[in-house]
Design a protein around this ligand. Structure first.
Ligand code: HEM
Length: 415
């Protein structure tokens, strides 16, 4: 029997994404009963909702049949039209995640080896110092804090600042700019007129900030990622300003909310599953697996889109050329065909082929860095902080793209 069309509204309703049980109830039903669903919410161009792990892998692996342009996210028609009108002929930013072949391969190749573990080793000590600083901060806060506001938003931001080589006193400015420009579409804030104006203003400031950085790194290159990008060559010519700037922006944004959301959501999972916290404390060698499980559990990127360039049959459904697909990563990461007891949080889960970083040519460029940061943080946290409990109600951002906790009040004791 066909599922009711009211589900289509839920699939794009940010508030569903703010309540984990509601999200997972909806997507469990879709996986069981309509895994490749033609979805027609009011106010949206229709698209296919893809909720099974194997189907997302099948699509992402065929990146010339399913492309990223022109619809990387499922947005309401109105928002998409406003954006298109505002952007005019040329988009002000063009990030690697927006690109298809042949450009994607060329631009990605510029930094691919920089993001490999062998190179990231050189910043390991500094990352450890940064995480130590934020665990020290927990000590200064005297046993109670909002873990999101006081810690989780900060240390991934500091790591990004390290990558780009920008001074630490710019931290507050950058936090405000990333949050206002790319903050989630939480209806509590995003629909307010002053928020929209602030967002446009923040975007302009962001572009100015990175333009200054770009010019500086061209004038006086240093040994950092920002200099590597600023002075890169594409097809034997200097990288265009727009693409260089967009590279800074994608690193600053893709590497921030995602990692913060995983740290906060991972801590909440440990608090809610005390036996797992005990297991992990008793055997620190489990940490890499525990981090993998936190990433699966949280899956901060809720979807990306692809568009079919030719007709294709997926799980018996006829996809037509030009139609878009919404790839629902958190649903894939609870797929019963892939994960044993997917709704159990297990710090020793093995195997764990979580799909939170995507797969194929666009697979997260920063995945090793994200793991490195999270391992460093939790190693420090677990060795110095004890008796961690909830001190109030946690709250999730309402957003269909990148979303996680917006509040996590905790109390704890320093060892
Ligand atoms: C737990 C943390 C993170 C998660 C869950 C995550 C997730 C993702 C996902 C789902 C994609 C798209 C993959 C696809 O289309 O197949 C992506 C792409 C990307 N991520 Fe991450 N990410 C994280 C952290 C980071 C960090 C720390 C950085 C860098 C500082 C980063 C940089 C990027 C970039 C540049 C892309 C675009 C890659 C491309 O299009 O080729 N991410 N990420």
């Amino acid at each position: 029997m066909a599922l009711p069309s009211v589900l289509d509204r839920d699939i794009v309703n940010p508030r569903i994404y703010a309540v984990q049980q509601d999200y997972h109830a909806l997507f469990s039903q879709l996986r069981r009963e309509d895994p490749v669903r033609w979805t027609k919410p009011d106010g949206y161009e229709p698209f296919w909702t893809v909720s099974k792990y194997a189907d997302i892998v099948e699509i992402e692996r065929q990146n010339t049949l399913f492309i990223n342009e022109p619809r990387l996210n499922m947005r309401p028609r109105e928002a998409a039209a406003v954006l298109a009108a505002r952007l005019g002929q040329q988009k002000p930013i063009r990030m690697i995640v927006d690109m298809d072949e042949p450009d994607h391969r060329k631009y990605r190749a510029l930094t691919q080896s920089w993001f490999l573990p062998s190179n990231l080793k050189q910043i390991d000590e500094t990352i450890k110092e940064i995480t130590k600083e934020y665990v020290d901060r927990l000590g200064e806060l005297g046993g109670a804090c909002d873990f999101v506001r006081d810690v989780a938003v900060w240390f991934p931001l500091r790591v990004i600042m390290l990558l780009l080589g920008v001074p630490r006193e710019d931290g507050l400015l950058l936090l405000r700019l990333t949050q206002q420009t790319f903050g989630a579409e939480d209806p509590d804030v995003a629909e307010q007129a002053d928020f929209k104006a602030a967002r446009a203003q923040a975007f302009a400031e962001f572009v100015d900030y990175f333009n200054v950085l770009l010019a500086k790194r061209r004038r006086e290159p240093r040994d950092d990622l920002a200099s590597l990008i600023a002075n890169a060559q594409i097809d034997g010519k200097p990288i265009p300003d727009r693409e260089a700037l967009s590279y800074y922006i994608v690193i600053a944004t893709a590497g921030h909310d995602t990692t913060s959301a995983t740290a906060a959501g991972g801590l909440l999972a440990l608090i809610e599953n005390p036996q797992e916290m005990v297991k992990l404390r008793a055997d620190p060698a489990l940490l890499p697996r525990a981090i993998e499980e936190m990433i699966r559990w949280v899956t901060p990127v809720k979807h990306f889109g692809r568009t079919a360039v030719q007709d294709y049959v997926l799980r018996g459904r006829q996809i037509k050329a030009g139609q878009s697909l919404m790839l629902c990563y958190p649903s894939a990461n609870r797929d019963e065909d892939v994960f044993e007891n997917p709704f159990d949080f297990r710090v020793d889960r093995e195997p764990n082929k979580q799909l939170a970083f995507g797969i194929g040519v666009h697979q997260c460029l920063g995945l090793h860095l994200a793991r490195q940061e999270l391992r460093a943080f939790f190693a420090e946290f677990l060795s110095r902080v004890d008796d961690v409990r909830l001190a109030g109600e946690p709250a999730h951002v309402a957003g269909t793209f990148i979303a996680g906790l917006k509040r996590l009040p905790i109390q704890y004791r320093m060892k």
